[in-house]
Design a binder for this molecule. Structure first.
Ligand code: TXA
Ligand code: MG
Length: 328
């Protein structure tokens, strides 16, 4: 297992040396932990794909210290990008733009666009400021699996495949950044996340297209199954949750407490979207360890729940936790 380091000045300098040498360093962002490598070094980028077991045509997000670096990575910076960067950076928003000619094709999966983000976590900020360049960083988990929200999650899933892990504590937002595509005429949300679509639409003064559901290979999160624990996950209507749980041999994730006679693993998350998102991956990591199928109480419909609904839908896609009849 690679070692987890507290983010002292000395360890940050060490991390920068490793990154300059083309090694991988996992670092915290406010959304999830990233698996970072020098975005201008094709060998480092190739190492990221190998460590994750990720197909090479799935592009990576380039993390920058500040919006003033946008022009080094994007061919043109449209006014809409400047508006969103001013409003949400540093923060959980990723902007897709046409790539500058110098951006390695390894980073962009061979595409003419590049995804860019300025993260807010103080450790990410310090690391990027002293590194100086762009860090390509997908979530630090094996391809398709649960994203890490603690340094321990990274060590469990990718330890040994990364030179160092900087520990910045549990992440604040808990789900990945919102990805907005500004590379073609119409702004589109490619992945819901830490920034709500209405906040983005209000600033751009336009409605945004729906999130692609299946297929679009440029967003791996849009593959049917993604963000997923080893154990099967199934979404269950609140009214049916307790009766199913009482059958036994399930773990449960809900927004209310366990009935007093329930003896298995029951995790309760807040009935509020921000708090729920913050705890979601840690709860799934923990329930996954119990080795039983996981029943998840269906999340509410409100717009503030869009990112949570998206992740749970993908975590449960194509698999059933409950044998036999439908569970809705
Ligand atoms: O919150 C986050 O965004 C985290 C932290 C570490 O920053 N990163 C993250 O990276 O979630 P990853 O690689 O797990 O997901 C990045 C998503 C993928 O769905 C990828 O396809 C999409 O960004 N993406 C990257 N470049 C793209 C591009 N040029 N066009 C469209 N989608 C792109
Ligand atoms: Mg990911």
């Amino acid at each position: 297992m690679s070692t987890i380091f507290p983010p002292s000045d000395e360890n940050l300098r060490r991390a920068v040396r490793l990154l300059r040498a083309g090694q991988l360093v996992s670092f915290p962002t406010e959304t999830v932990y990233g698996l970072g490598g020098d975005a201008s070094n094709p060998e480092a980028v190739t190492r990221i794909f190998e460590a994750k077991g990720r197909p090479a045509d799935h592009p990576l997000i380039v993390h920058l210290a500040g919006a003033e670096q946008l022009g080094e990575w994007a061919r043109i910076v449209p006014q809409q990008a400047t508006i969103l960067a001013q409003a949400f950076w540093p923060g959980p928003l990723t902007i897709v733009l046409e790539r500058a000619p110098a951006v390695p094709l390894e980073v962009t999966g061979g595409q003419d666009t590049v995804a860019l983000r300025v993260p807010a976590h103080p450790v990410a900020q310090r690391l990027l400021a002293s590194f100086g360049g762009g860090l390509a960083a997908p979530s630090a988990n094996p391809f398709g699996r649960l994203s890490p929200t603690t340094a321990q999650h990274v060590a469990e899933q990718l330890g040994g495949r990364v030179a160092a892990i900087l520990d910045g504590g549990p992440t604040e937002v808990g789900v990945e950044s919102t990805i907005v595509d500004l590379s073609s005429g119409t702004p589109r949300i490619l992945r819901p996340g830490g920034v709500g679509r209405h906040e983005i639409a209000a600033l751009l003064g336009s409605e945004l297209g729906p999130v692609p559901t299946v297929g679009a290979p440029r967003v791996p999160g849009s593959l049917e199954r993604h963000y997923s624990p080893g154990c099967p996950v199934e979404l269950v209507a609140a009214a049916r949750l307790e009766a199913l749980a009482a059958r036994g041999a399930f773990s449960v994730l809900a927004r209310r407490s366990a009935p007093i006679d329930f003896e298995g693993n029951w995790r309760r998350l807040p009935d509020e979207a921000g708090g729920y998102a913050r705890g979601l991956y840690a709860a799934l990591h923990e329930l996954d360890r119990a080795g039983l199928p996981i029943l998840v109480e269906e999340p509410p419909e409100g717009p503030e729940w869009e990112a949570v609904r998206d992740r749970l839908r993908r975590a449960s896609a194509g698999r059933r936790a409950v044998a036999g009849e439908g569970t809705k």
